[in-house]
Design a protein around this ligand. Structure first.
Ligand code: DGL
Length: 293
């Protein structure tokens, strides 16, 4: 990439952020903190969610169509694939479908796990499709880590329902589900002779469960979030592209200053209502997009 810092337009690059739904707003939230001067176009393919239970072929087709919308119709100069499932199974297909740089969440997540782990053994929780792809295991292995992955398919619907508040009975149900999943995962880790000290959250929705997960992990296990890691990696890449120092623009923007356009392929009302929980601020007006079947 060449530096284009002299062009005024490039000082506010448009960054396309894609997810299968609105869970990817956790990544957008982290990106806004790090790139307050950027413009963001976020697409949630809510009509076709969940991706986590679908095949590679279907995920690749949906994700490529979504990426093309962000690049061709919204002028995105970078694409961040916030969806772990699409990053794990379709990053190559997405990159082949558009001509701008495409960044996923798997490698930054694995890099954050490596930075946090002393034992070199890492637990990963994610959707079924992500786990079956073993993308996290491969990315961790490339960094010298041993990873053990577990699909936690009940967690996305629980977060979508808002059952995340520990002070409510609904939150207690989610806490119990987490307890069962983590007990199975840690038992399997012990059976394999692993000594994990990191739990990597390999799904857009899991950052909302962080308080519940942090109380449920065994002592000495740190919870690491691929959303934050991906936002950090993206911010560095974009600063390089702009020829800027990363520290030059790290001021936290006010909610009003962030320039965000949100698009969804279904139920914009639900997106507007629930999306603020993921973004940490109101998502504003969400526009409906038809990407076909
Ligand atoms: N966005 C997906 C992920 O991060 C979770 C939701 C889905 O299954 O589509 O894997």
């Amino acid at each position: 990439l060449t530096s284009r810092a002299t062009s005024p337009a490039v000082n506010s690059p448009t960054i396309g952020v894609f997810d299968s739904g609105f869970g990817g707003l956790t990544v957008l939230s982290s990106l806004i903190e790090r790139l307050p001067q950027a413009r963001f176009a976020f697409l949630g393919d809510t009509a076709r969610l969940p991706y986590g239970s679908k095949s590679r072929r279907t995920i690749a087709r949906y994700a490529a169509e979504s990426a093309q919308f962000l690049v061709r119709e919204q002028g995105a100069e970078f694409l961040v694939i916030a969806c772990n499932t699409a990053s794990a199974l379709a990053l190559d297909a997405i990159q082949a479908a558009v001509s701008v740089p495409v960044l996923g969440v798997i490698e930054p997540g694995a890099a954050a796990a490596r930075a946090a782990s002393r034992t070199g053994d890492v637990l990963v929780i994610a959707t079924d499709a992500t786990v079956q792809s073993h993308a996290y295991t491969a990315a961790c292995r490339a960094l010298g880590l041993r990873a053990l992955e577990k699909a936690c398919p009940l967690l996305v619907p629980l977060v979508e329902e808002g059952w995340t508040d520990t002070s409510l009975r609904t939150g207690a149900v989610t806490a119990e589900v987490i307890r069962v999943y983590l007990a199975e995962l840690t038992a399997e880790a012990a059976a394999q002779g692993l000594n994990p000290d990191v739990l990597l959250l390999g799904c857009t929705h899991y950052p909302l469960l962080r308080p519940l997960l942090e109380t449920a992990v065994p002592a000495g296990v740190r919870v690491i979030d691929s959303a934050q890691a991906a936002a950090e990696a993206t911010a560095q890449r974009i600063h390089q592209y702009l020829g800027e120092q990363p520290n030059a623009t790290t001021a936290i923007p006010s909610a009003a200053a962030a320039n965000i356009r949100c698009f969804a392929t279904d139920s914009v009302e639900k997106f507007e209502r629930l999306g603020s929980r993921f973004l940490g601020q109101p998502v504003g007006h969400v526009q409906l997009v038809d990407l076909g079947g």
